[in-house]
Write a protein that binds this ligand. Structure first.
Ligand code: HEC
Length: 218
């Protein structure tokens, strides 16, 4: 009887490594458990980025019980009460122990009108023109795009997606990238035209957003 149980447990652990400790999932939780659980605050907001040791977070490595205790005992952590499962705590503790765990690393670069100051993570226009946004994955774990590129924001109608290799379902392996060509279609009148290109994906934040800025002089 006992032997059968042990064999089953061993098999479950082998088939479902996720039931053990998943440092990659823990990394995501550390950064956005506030958004995912409704708590509103995430570990990184108070404990800072890892590796680091703000408020003793470094002592948590592979010790999920310490997280459980802290959630009950630390006043500042009250918003997290009742929102983390045992699996969440195990994964968080695994991440604290292995902050260098390979993960997706979305990066944005842009190329646009050459006369404007080079801002690598946003796209600026001074008049009708096109510019390009490149999303790349600098991490060793694949990044998956969850939706096609979308425009949002106050002046979204002033921008258009002219061409895109970024597409729903696209998987970017390490070092791979995709692009979106944006056309700025100015209307009359001076001032700023602001929008955002949203690239939804399966990593922290659920999306990478790239500001689009049109500056029209009088
Ligand atoms: C709103 C701020 C805040 C958030 C969010 C927060 N903590 Fe804390 N946490 C603290 C503070 C402040 C302390 C230190 C309390 C002290 O030293 O008296 C602490 C202490 C701890 C401790 C105790 C460290 C020890 O010495 O044993 C652990 C473990 C811990 N936090 C884990 C986490 C984890 C994991 C998360 C995310 C799920 C998290 N905390 C989110 C503020 C926060």
């Amino acid at each position: 009887m006992h032997t059968i149980l042990l064999v089953c447990l061993a098999l479950a652990a082998a088939v479902h490594p996720a039931l053990g400790q998943d440092a990659l999932r823990g990394k995501r939780l550390y950064h956005e458990v506030g958004r995912l659980s409704g708590a509103g605050v995430s570990c990184i907001d108070c404990h800072g980025g890892l590796p680091g040791a703000l408020h003793g977070i470094g002592r948590v490595g592979d010790d999920p019980a310490r997280i459980d205790y802290a959630i009950g005992a630390v006043t500042q952590m009250t918003p997290l009460r009742g929102r983390l499962s045992r699996q969440d705590m195990a994964d968080l503790a695994a991440y604290v122990a292995r902050p260098a765990v390979p993960s997706p690393e979305p990066r944005v670069s842009t190329s646009g009108a050459a006369s404007l100051p080079y801002m690598p993570d946003r796209l600026e226009f001074a008049g009708a023109a096109t510019g390009m946004v490149r999303l790349s994955n600098a991490g060793a774990v694949a990044l998956r795009l969850d939706a096609r590129p979308a425009l949002a924001g106050e002046h979204a109608p002033r921008f258009a997606i002219a061409e895109a290799t970024c597409a729903e379902g696209l998987v970017l392996g390490e070092g791979e990238s995709c692009t979106v060509t944006i056309a700025f279609v100015p209307d009359a009148g001076p001032g700023l035209r602001l929008a955002v290109l949203r690239l939804a994906h399966d990593w922290i934040g659920g999306a990478t957003s790239v500001p689009l800025i049109g500056r029209l002089s009088p």
